[in-house]
Write a protein that binds this ligand. Sequence first.
Ligand SMILES: Cc1cc2nc3c(=O)[nH]c(=O)nc-3n(C[C@H](O)[C@H](O)[C@H](O)COP(=O)(O)O)c2cc1C
Length: 135
Amino acid sequence: MGTPIYYGSISSYAQAFLERLLFAADTYLIDDDGNRMSKIKNEVKTAMIYTMNVPKEMDYFNGEDQLAIMRGYLTNIFGECESLYAYDTKQFRHYSAYVNNMFDAEHKEESEKTQFPKDLQKAYELGQRISESDD
Ligand SMILES: Cc1cc2nc3c(=O)[nH]c(=O)nc-3n(C[C@H](O)[C@H](O)[C@H](O)COP(=O)(O)O)c2cc1C
């Protein structure tokens, strides 16, 4: 599942979708070891793909506090959940149309041409990898 980062977290749309998805598969049962039981019998591998304005150097999600909560639930209910971060994305199609002195328009154009295709490729490969059958 892909989501932009809005104010340091996943978008409200992604949050709403995950709440209903997780709740449909969740139970209020615990097993003999005290672990919460899921309705999902076989592991379903999932992944969260995050896109954001900030460059990688800002290492915004060091420790993953904000994002770890939903990924934790995805892991418990569905199985392993990978993450992929696409940094330094282009927020505005035309930077000149906005009042902005935070982002360098030329750098953003360059990042869109050079980095974003690599991130898309990584996302594609990630999707391929987790959808491959284990047997
Ligand atoms: C309401 C709003 C809040 C945002 N907050 C952040 C943020 O906290 N950190 C960040 O790196 N980018 C932030 N962005 C930029 C988006 O994450 C970035 O544009 C994203 O890669 C693409 O989102 P879009 O498809 O909505 O344009 C924000 C964008 C919007 C519209």
